[in-house]
Write a protein that binds this ligand. Structure first.
Ligand code: TNX
Length: 513
């Protein structure tokens, strides 16, 4: 009797393990570990099988979807080994994958989409090409990172109806303290695209390096681009390189926000051109990590000719709406000079058709209409900005700084603001973080990666993952749908995605990998 019971038990254990084995078609879409968590997911209890012969269709007349269709075809090829054909159709096809555009009936902006997975047809109906791209990212998260041999791939059926909480979902990369080349930045862009982020802020100049070619001031890169923290070779982007990045980002619905940090953080420029210094003498190049010791000569007209040329050349190469003027930590610029400088420079940016953005200190000036203040440290400054009508990008150093150590044992990073474990990075709400600054004042969030201690892609990836997906979710998903307990389980499922992308990530023991 006893042995019968035991064998029944063994049989049922075997059966359970069979029925939960990977080849069993997935049928419950709500069990998918989506990051960012979508606005709504409903399951319909069956499954769709991806055949090698699957075709990606897009709606005739919507040429903006062609690129999205190509992106999807290439992504599927990575998984199945076969790139689906792409075809234009006039009507809803019966099977395959269909991309189309629709009216924004729910009033969710041009980034919303509805992904419907039926038994024969997957459709992504979006309010704009960006939404279609995000629908594809969601679809890709229902798939394994790689097919196992010839095993068929099944996707659970159902509907994802989704749109973002904030219109600006960014990350910053400091390419000045340590230079990252075009291929590195493209890889960083890929990371953002995977998690539906749409802005890459490039910190293109600082004391240690000037990283973008300015044709009218060639020594900026010749001299100012020649080194970096620690005394390495540095480097810079030619204007062609920068355009290549702009285009690569654009294909992934990401804008580049160029930053030229001024009037402080300018030693690389001051070392390149003596006339930018009040005493007319070029400074020495700098390869240390101190901040707050340099300033442009704010009462000298040459300075404004310089700013005019730099802003003009970079703006002409930048289709995105923003130009970031830095403005942080100008500790050796007299207050009046600082205000005078920011007041003038904002107008230069405006005259080149760009929306001015700056670190929260710029709120000490008389901000022009449409200015954007990036909160990093000072609540008083940020509040002053909002009182002047500015919008805010939330980058609280204590939460959103990707260069902060995870804990005291992390070998890379700094900790002047905080130690930021994966839960701390995730568990905050931009709309309630500063009293009196609410969602209406906020364009979105951005997580900056300063690179004083980060010298290569391996190190970058270790700081960025796994915190970045959490920042992406804060930017995309409603706070009502977010909580750490649920998130950490979803994040754990993304570990194998990081591995498939060759990402060297921090295996926080707060996450059940
Ligand atoms: C502060 S955040 C800075 C940067 C440093 C960073 C290091 C900000 C606007 N300025 O110059 O790289 O701290 O964490």
């Amino acid at each position: 009797m006893k042995s019968k019971l035991i064998s029944a038990l063994i049989i049922s254990i075997i059966m359970i393990s069979f029925s939960s084995c990977e080849n069993e078609p997935a049928t419950d879409l709500t069990q998918t570990s989506f990051i960012p968590v979508p606005a709504s997911v409903t399951a319909t209890g069956s499954s769709f099988q991806i055949e090698k012969s699957i075709v990606v269709y897009y709606e005739e007349g919507e040429e903006g979807l062609k690129q999205t269709a190509q992106f999807l075809s290439e992504a599927l090829a990575q998984i199945t080994g076969t790139a689906p054909l792409i075809e234009v159709v006039q009507e809803l096809p019966k099977e395959g994958i269909y991309l189309s555009l629709t009216e924004d009936e729910q009033n969710t902006g041009n980034e919303g989409y509805i992904l419907t997975i039926g038994k024969e047809l997957i459709s992504i109906d979006a309010t704009g090409a960006a939404g279609s791209f995000y629908g594809i990212q969601t679809l890709l998260q229902t798939l394994p990172v790689k097919a196992e041999g010839d095993q068929p791939i099944h996707i659970a059926t159902g509907t994802v109806n989704d749109f973002p909480e904030y219109g600006y979902r960014g990350a910053m990369l400091d390419v000045s303290r340590h230079f990252f080349d075009v291929e590195d930045v493209k890889r960083f862009i890929d990371f953002l695209a995977t998690y539906k982020m749409n802005a890459l802020h490039l910190h293109l100049s600082d004391d240690q390096g000037w990283r973008i070619e300015i044709k009218s001031w060639p020594k900026l890169t010749e001299i100012g681009g020649s080194t970096e923290v620690g005394g390495g070779d540095g480097g810079y982007y030619t204007q062609e390189d920068y355009t290549e990045l702009v285009n690569y980002a654009n294909e992934r619905h990401i804008i580049i926000v160029p930053e030229i940090d001024m009037p402080g953080h300018t030693n690389a420029a001051l070392a390149s051109y003596p006339e930018l210094n009040c005493d007319g003498k070029a400074t020495e190049l700098y390869t240390g990590t101190e901040v707050g010791f340099s300033t442009l000569c704010t009462r000298n007209e040459t300075t404004y000719q310089f700013v005019e040329d730099v802003v003009r050349e970079i703006s002409a190469l930048t289709p995105g709406p923003f130009f970031h003027i830095g403005g942080d930590e100008s500790h050796v610029t007299a207050h009046d000079d600082y205000v005078y400088f920011i007041n003038r420079v904002q107008k230069i940016v405006d005259s080149h058709g760009k929306r001015v953005m700056g670190w929260d200190e710029i709120a000490n000036a008389s901000l022009i209409d449409n200015a954007v203040v990036q909160f990093w440290a000072d609540i008083k400054n940020t509040t002053m900005g909002v009182e002047q009508g500015a919008k805010v990008i939330m980058s609280p150093a204590k939460k959103a700084y990707l260069d902060m150590q995870y804990d005291s044992t992390t070998h890379l990073g700094l900790h002047w603001a905080a130690y930021i474990e994966v839960d701390t990075a995730y568990d905050w709400n931009p709309a309630t973080y500063i009293e009196g600054i609410t969602k209406e004042n906020i364009l979105g969030i951005e997580s900056p990666l300063w690179t004083e201690t980060i010298t290569n892609m391996d190190e970058l990836e270790y700081m960025v993952f796994p915190r970045l997906p959490g920042f992406a979710e804060i930017g995309w998903s409603s706070p009502d749908l977010r909580n750490w307990e649920g998130y950490k389980n979803r994040l754990a499922q993304h570990g194998k995605r990081f591995e498939a992308m060759g990402i060297d990530y921090y295996k926080s023991n707060l996450v059940p990998w």
